[in-house]
Design a protein around this ligand. Sequence first.
Ligand SMILES: Cc1cc2nc3c(=O)[nH]c(=O)nc-3n(C[C@H](O)[C@H](O)[C@H](O)COP(=O)(O)OP(=O)(O)OC[C@H]3O[C@@H](n4cnc5c(N)ncnc54)[C@H](O)[C@@H]3O)c2cc1C
Length: 371
Amino acid sequence: MQFVVVGAGIVGLAHALAAARAGLAVTVIDREARANGASIRNFGFVTVTGQQAGDTWRRARRSREIWAEVSEAAGIPVLHRGLLMAARRPEARAVIEEFARGPMGEGCRVLAPEELPPPLRHGLAAALYSPHELRVEPREALPRLAAWLEAHHGVRFLWRTHVRAVEPGRVDTTRGPIPADRVVVCPGNDFLSLFPEAIAAHRPVRCKLSMLRLSDPGWRLPAAVMSDLGLVRYLGYAGASSLPVLRTRLDAEQSGQLAHGVHLIVVQSADGTLVVGDSHHYGDTPDPFLAAETEALILEEARAVLQFPTAPRVIERWVGEYPSAAVPAFIAAPTPESRVVMVTSGTGMSTAFALAEETLASFGIAATLPA
Ligand SMILES: Cc1cc2nc3c(=O)[nH]c(=O)nc-3n(C[C@H](O)[C@H](O)[C@H](O)COP(=O)(O)OP(=O)(O)OC[C@H]3O[C@@H](n4cnc5c(N)ncnc54)[C@H](O)[C@@H]3O)c2cc1C
């Protein structure tokens, strides 16, 4: 069976893996010369703790298992394991304590101030340590994953090829028709090229994020770091009865960050530099500009949580975009032979592998072979 995937971001590659493991002949088509969208612009942070209860959390746990297998097989270094959710305020400590006691807190532990590893700042109220997370360098991981799928699973890649239409038995591309018995469209933030009605049914908009890379501060992070602002943003904490009290205090003290959707994620690269973000601005066509004010708000939060020896130096800036909608992700079936798969909650690195298994199952195809 000819299985065609449109889009070579992480969602497309996850589908290529699931289909290859099921023994299908897989072709991945992307109009770019290499992955260049959200999948290489993100933190590479495969997050479990903090994901929304239900489908997203379940998918994150399954995808994390697959990342662990695949990263080893494909030679993708895992640069961090785990998450330190730093609580700056007593109100945030109450939220992480409540979370740790609940069912999604399994395996997590609240660290007292004296247990906090450097470079977390003195004076923090506590931190939640979660052991579940992985972090890869996305700009290196995506090309390696594609190369491994090609070499190890015989997946064929057609780069610089735009798919114009999905038709019975084939896809119409700028290189001509390609035979296709089943087609999965993973278009990222392109809502219009293929099956626009199926996508519009979920009313997605685009979310723009600001990202920074800071020079090596000299220390090494033991895990990815987040803070109070993440507790009110990540839906996994939404059920905590202690959350509204934190929210009220953040409204009073960090209204600038909240207005720009700023929360903190800090991860470290192999060369010691830090990837720091982010902000969230929504629209049909978000502007491409990175406001200095937004950058300052992100850096302010980073400095409140981490002990920098000198003022952090920004060495790289970029924007990323992902689709956002009321549902965290969807698998639409515009025809019996085709699917459109879109992650609409900014969690694709954390959930794509599990979503791909669901898509295959929706065709009645079971993934059978090992990674
Ligand atoms: C700044 C930022 C930080 C993030 N951080 C995280 C994180 O730490 N953890 C996490 O889990 N998630 C994170 N996310 C979300 C995650 O990156 C996305 O959910 C995920 O990358 C989406 O993958 P995708 O394959 O759907 O899209 P993309 O990576 O955008 O890929 C879509 C591809 O489809 C191709 N395409 C579209 N239409 C066609 C066509 N008609 N013909 C040919 N090619 C086509 C495009 O060229 C593109 O290469 C972040 C996102 C951003 C922007």
